[in-house]
Design a binder for this molecule. Sequence first.
Ligand code: FES
Length: 202
Amino acid sequence: MSPDLTMPAIDPADRGRRRWVVTTSVIGGAGLVATAVPFVTSLSPSERARAQGAPVEFDVQAMQSDELKTIEWRGQPVFVMRRSPETLNSLALHDDLLADPLSRRSEQPGYAANPVRSTRPEFLVLVGICTHLGCVPSFRPESGALDLGTSWPGGFFCPCHGSKFDFAGRVFKNVPAPTNLTVPPYRFTSQSTLLIGADPAA
Ligand code: FES
């Protein structure tokens, strides 16, 4: 009897999760090879702290208007977007299309519980994990994209089951994701230095 070579079906949500896990695993694997067995002990104090979830610094100075960067923090992607004045103004135009426009049911620190979901409106900081089943949404800044509908104002699109989020990470109605994308703790320690994973100093 010939062997059954058919592959088990992979749920698209799992595929998205695996993609992020594989990416981080490859980096981790390369590090393991380079340092051989004493991996943990060979880490510098700052590398060890980082692996344990210490805050991560990112310089936003060189970011262009409406550019998105993805930073790794605690093994997960964090989106940082520098929003233009036009993008910020557009956020007020589609509240009626959103499931939680005031972020009352969503997760963010108190200092980001405002319509633009940030401490400095120009900069958006989000955990880049879909609140449905954990895929990584794509950045889709083009308004009216043909495949997302003429009312699409630009934002983030989750390819696994079609959830849509605006440029504040707020979820649109009638998609599987139940809440807005999460805002992690963060603060600016200077005009250009963002510290992801740390609340503003009291
Ligand atoms: S994981 Fe299902 S829509 Fe994003």
